[in-house]
Write a protein that binds this ligand. Structure first.
Ligand code: GLN
Length: 290
């Protein structure tokens, strides 16, 4: 940053602050961060460009822009990210919810909307985005959400409380600490990136919890563990839906077939990429009682 290019405190207005930031960071990010500092709706930045920032707001804004320049994700800087139309609190203890993951919600709604009672398990809940959304969108859903990270569970619990969702939380490394309850629906957005994938060293993901992203040499270790363990936790007729990487759909279908699932399929995300695979457990087969 060149100090002499900085407008002095008390003299910078919204337009000036945005112009200063746009020379350093993405224009959309500049706006989101300024709205966060001013706690104002997007329209105000457009409608009132000559509004002055006070010294404290200008200092906060500069600090956030500099952190963005250093690579920190906008969602961690503002502490929130929208998912399925609701704002979720996020911290560096949780993966930032992605729009791709809304596909899991849509599939769950397509299969279970209107049913009288649905027991749902969200594995590796992170911010709670999936569990909370399903609890709010699915009438009569009874949702259990697990995570092995205590810090993530605090975030998920705060989101459930803020958004008025009734979710039971369990600290568990996948199935380890679950009781013997069975579910009609299991969803997960597990870690699925290959541990040596250079993508992990680029951009926003560098700041996200590695344990929520990387999963063994092919990125398949956690998907395999969930798929293998799911039959012992599913009611007969229950579904398992899993998010996975852009090139993992056929591997995921293979794992589902090996575990004895029926009606195996993959579904495309908003970018046209097979992003979720799943299957139906019809009972009796490998895994039952395992
Ligand atoms: N889709 C995310 C990414 O590519 C990864 C999410 C995950 O591993 N569950 O950054």
């Amino acid at each position: 940053m060149k100090p002499h290019t900085q407008p002095p405190a008390g003299e910078v207005d919204i337009a000036g602050a945005l112009a200063w930031a746009r020379a350093r960071i993405d224009q959309m990010d500049a706006r989101v961060l300024l709205r966060h500092v001013l706690q104002c709706p997007a329209a105000r930045l457009v409608a009132w460009p000559e509004q002055r920032l006070d010294g404290a707001d200008w200092a906060s804004y500069r600090a956030l822009v500099e952190r963005r320049v250093a690579g920190e994700p906008v969602a961690y800087l503002t502490g929130s990210r929208e998912f399925f139309g609701r704002e979720f609190m996020v911290t560096p203890a949780v993966l930032i919810p992605r729009p791709d993951t809304e596909l899991l919600v849509e599939l769950a709604l397509a299969h279970f909307a209107g049913q009288r009672a649905v027991r749902v398990l969200d594995m590796g809940t992170g911010s709670g985005a999936l569990a909370v959304t399903l609890a709010l969108e699915l009438e009569a859903a009874d949702v259990v959400a697990l995570d092995r990270s205590r810090e993530a569970l605090w975030v998920a619990m705060a989101n459930a409380a803020r958004l008025g969702a009734s979710v039971s939380f369990v600290q568990s490394d996948w199935f380890d600490a679950l009781g013997d309850e069975r579910f009609q629906l299991i969803v997960a957005n597990p870690p699925y990136i290959a541990a040596a994938d250079p993508h992990l060293e680029e951009g926003d993901v560098r700041f996200e919890p590695r344990g929520a992203l990387a999963s063994g040499p092919q990125g398949l270790d956690d998907l395999a563990e969930i798929i293998t363990g799911a039959p012992a936790r599913l009611e007969s007729g229950g579904w398992l839906f899993l998010e996975h990487g852009y090139d993992q759909a056929s591997a995921a279908r293979g794992l589902l077939a090996d575990a004895g699932f029926a009606q195996i399929a993959s579904w495309k995300d908003i970018a046209g990429i097979e992003r979720v695979s799943g299957g139906r457990w019809l009972g009796r087969g490998p895994g039952r009682g395992a």
